[in-house]
Design a protein around this ligand. Sequence first.
Ligand code: ZN
Length: 379
Amino acid sequence: MYRAFKFRLYPNKEQKILINKTFGCSRFVYNYYLSKIKNSKYINAYTNISDYVNELKYIYPFLQEVDSIIIRKSIFHLDDNIKKCYNHHFGYPKYKNKFNRNSYMTNAIYKDYKDKTYCNIEIDLVNRKIKLPKLKWISIRGYRNTKEINGKIINATISREITDKYYVSVVFDMPDIINKELIPRNIIGIDIGIKKLLTLSDGVTFDNNKYILKYEKRIKRLQRCLSRKERKSNNYYKYKEKISILYSKLKNARKYYLHNITKKITDEYDIITCENLDTKNMIMRKKLSKNITDASFSEILRQLAYKSNYKNKYFYQIDEYYPSSQKCNHCGNIDKRYKDIKERTYKCTKCGNVIDRDLNASLNICYEGLKLYMKGLYR
Ligand SMILES: [Zn+2]
C-alpha cells in the first residue's frame, strides 16, 4: 500500500536557489521540446529518451547542475500530454510559465554497496531532516509524534506555494495491514452539511473553525474588489495575487483542521458511515455555488476512507439516493418537504417526533451503516 507523507521543508539560501533552478529547468525542458514538436514532428520520448537527455545536457550545461531525473520526467510528461491530446481530445499542451504550479518529482534509486543498500532519498525523523538528490540534508517539520516510518521510499515531490513555503511529499510503500477481524464496539453515522460541517449521530457536531471562516470572508471581499478593477490592469493583478495567497492559506488551515477531525472520528468509532455526496453536492452547488465547501466535503470523505482503512475500521458510504434527511428516524415516515435545506428542525407529521434536522439525518445514516455491516457478516 502506498502512502504519502507531506512535510514542510526549510531549505537554506543555497538550497532555495537550487530548488527554484530545478523548477526553472524542468519548465525549460518542457518548453524546449514543445517548440521542437510544434516546429517539426512528434518525438517519441519512450524510444529515444537517453538521446534527448544527452543532447540537452550537451547544449545547455546548466541542466547538469540540477537533479538529472527532472529532464526525463519533463520529456515524458510532455509526451503524455501530447498523447492525451490526440487520444482523448484534451487540449494541445501549452508553454509553461513561472505562474504555473512549481513542483518537481524525483524517484528513489537504490544501490547496493558492501552488503548495504543505499538510497538517494533518506529521511531522519529523529533529527527532523531529509536528504534529497543534489540538495543534501534539509530540515523538515510535520508528523511530530512519528519517529520512524516503516516503509520503502518510492519518490518525493518538492513544491513551492505562492506564499513562498516549501513542501516535500514523500511516497512510501508500506507493508499491507493484516486484516484482523475487528469486533466493533460502537457505530456512528455522519451527516455532512453547510450550516454545520459535521453532525454525528451521538449528538457531537463539528463546525468550520474561525480561521477558515475568516479566510473565506476575506476572499469574498477581495473577489468583490477584483470584479470592480479593470481587467489586466496592474491593480487587477495585485488583487489576483492577494486572493491566491489567501486561497493557499485557506487550503492549509482547512486541511489541518479536517485532519484533526477525521483523526478523532477514526480513533473513536469502529463503524463509520457517511453519505455519498455526489448528488447532494450538486444540489448544494446550484444553491450556493461555493466551491470552498465542495472541496471540504470530498476531502473529509477521502480522509475518513483512508484513515479507517489503515486503522482497520469499517467505513461505509450509503447509496446516494437514500433520503436521509426526509425520513423520520423514529417511525420511518418519509416527508418530501425536507428535501429543501431551509428547514432546520424535523417535525414528523406521523408520530410527532421533533428533532434537529441534521441529527435526524445522521441517525438514519447510522442505521443504514449498521445494515451494511450486518450484510457483510452474513454474506
Ligand atoms: Zn415519525
